[in-house]
Design a protein around this ligand. Structure first.
Ligand code: DGL
Length: 260
């Protein structure tokens, strides 16, 4: 059986890459809300509504788990989706705890969308992490224009380096030696981030989501006594907009993955 992965656009493909690295046999159907990307500047109500609609589309595929591979959608809608989805729902949050564990300077920079940083869920995550690591300071920045760079495929270009520099410089000036990528699009800008901030630890959450998914699938397989894994492990792409364009972008972002 397949699993569903959802994002506002192509960013969740960074989570798909981590899932495929851990569970290469797992069939995946990916839905991108390309007609409404970016979510980061939308209202809470719009994000909730779009996330519900897109997750409903994925549930039409008889999926056995649903990954909301979008920090912004998780922050605004995961509780609502969990309340009605008949399968395990796994979300993604900025990796503040791994960031706190990685920093030596005691300052962690957090890059995410404006909607994620403004959410109650993020405020609670920050409070919990501060309780556990009171010596660490978190400096957050809404990374303006990063999602658009990835959506347009301009990931290792002069404009990408300039845009990344504008967001990362204030964090470095604040003393950050660790950058948390709190949006699933941002790992695709890793080259630009490393060029602008050499030697800085970069925290992304895709591998942790993949491990959590594997754990949930093992539990579900035990409960229903069905075998995990499927012989055909291709990635199926769907979108609310131009799916051919999404496929072309996916071929650039995940060059080793066969899609259908
Ligand atoms: N990929 C998204 C995230 O993880 C959403 C980006 C956007 O649509 O603004 O937050």
């Amino acid at each position: 059986m397949t699993i569903g992965v959802f994002d506002s656009g192509a960013g969740g493909l960074s989570v798909v890459a981590a899932i495929r690295a851990l569970l290469p046999e797992q069939e995946i159907v990916y839905f991108a809300d390309t007609a409404f990307v970016p979510y980061g500047s939308r209202s809470d109500g719009e994000i909730l509504e779009r996330t519900r609609l897109c997750c409903a589309r994925l549930l039409e595929h008889d999926i056995r788990a649903l990954v909301i591979a979008c920090n912004t959608a998780t922050a605004n809608a995961i509780d609502a989706v969990r309340a009605w989805a008949p399968v395990p729902v796994i979300g993604v949050e900025p990796g503040l705890k791994p960031g706190a564990a990685a920093t030596r300077s005691g300052v962690v920079g957090v890059l995410a969308t404006a909607a994620t940083l403004a959410s109650r869920r993020y405020a609670e995550l920050l409070r919990r992490t501060r309780d556990e690591a009171p010596e660490v300071r978190f400096v957050a920045h809404a990374a303006e224009g990063w999602v658009e760079l990835v959506e347009s495929g301009r990931i290792d270009t002069p404009v990408a380096h300039e845009t990344v520099r504008a967001s990362v410089t204030p964090l470095l000036q604040a003393g950050a030696d660790t950058l948390v990528l709190g949006c699933t699009h941002y790992p695709f800008l890793r080259c630009a981030i490393e060029a602008v901030a050499p030697g800085v630890a970069i925290i992304e959450t895709g591998p942790a989501i993949a491990r959590e998914l594997a754990r949930r699938l093992r539990t579900a397989a035990r409960d229903s006594d069905t075998a995990a894994g499927a012989p055909a492990a291709r990635l199926r792409l769907e979108s609310s907009g131009d799916t051919n364009r999404l496929a072309a972008l996916a071929a650039r972002l995940l060059p080793e993955t066969e899609t259908k």
